[in-house]
Ligand binder design. Structure first.
Ligand code: ZN
Length: 76
């Protein structure tokens, strides 16, 4: 379980990024809304879409391929 946040400021594509709490790219506390605990970015996305139709997944913390590599190296 991770804690996810939705940026309240659009990125350069006009989309609002979803980040997990550990993401280095997460906006500061004033510029994000708490989504809740989810197993992955995809589940957080479902909630975020109900709040903001322009929500998108952060490429750094919510990208599945990247995350798989990251988790694996973490467990070594
Ligand atoms: Zn992120």
């Amino acid at each position: 379980m991770k804690f996810f946040y939705l940026s309240s400021r659009p990125n350069k594509d006009g989309l609002f990024e979803i980040h997990d709490r550990e993401c280095e790219l997460i906006p500061d506390a004033l510029n994000r809304d708490y989504l809740g605990p989810f197993n992955n970015g995809k589940e957080a996305m479902r909630k975020a879409k109900s709040m903001n139709d322009s929500a998108c997944l952060c490429r750094s913390c919510c990208n599945v391929a990247f995350q798989a590599v990251f988790v694996k190296s973490n467990q070594d």
